[in-house]
Design a protein around this ligand. Sequence first.
Ligand SMILES: [Zn+2]
Length: 193
Amino acid sequence: MKSQHLSFELLVDLAEDRLAAKDEQLAREHLATCSTCQSEMLRIEHLSAQMRTFGDRPQPHTSSWLRALFRAALRATRPRRVIDTALFDSRLSPSAYGLRSGATLERQIFFEAEPFTIDLRIIPHSEQWTLIGQVMGPASGGAATLLGPDLSREAEISSLGEFALVAIPPSRCTLMLALATETLIMPDLEVGI
Ligand SMILES: [Zn+2]
């Protein structure tokens, strides 16, 4: 382990106290002598602290979910903004939307995040769900990431602001939209539940 740098996954596990004692000792021995891994570790610890401020609900803490979340956050080096209140949710006002309420029907949600409006449609598709989104505003392109306890989906945001995430099992998710100017995070999105 001395001859090569510590992997990203190993550093995340170290930051989250998930390593066996022997592995942790080896990792710390390398860290003590390697400034490259030290600076990566600092970045991960900083992110780890930020993650805990995402919301006051308890975060699911499976290892793969955490890693995916860290990867997405590391990619998104721009300012981040958490948007946790929908401007409109057809589930809450079915008559305004003109559809009956019900878990098996299409659902539409708007989020307002000046200068952006985000239009999400959650559409049932044989036991699973498709999330069709559009970012309206000055952005052109980016990446959409949907993360849940056992879920990681990613899609490109087109120059028209459109994206589609498919084959989503019913879950409580975090949606991250990495745009040119900032990353928008919707931390408590219920898909199919
Ligand atoms: Zn190293």
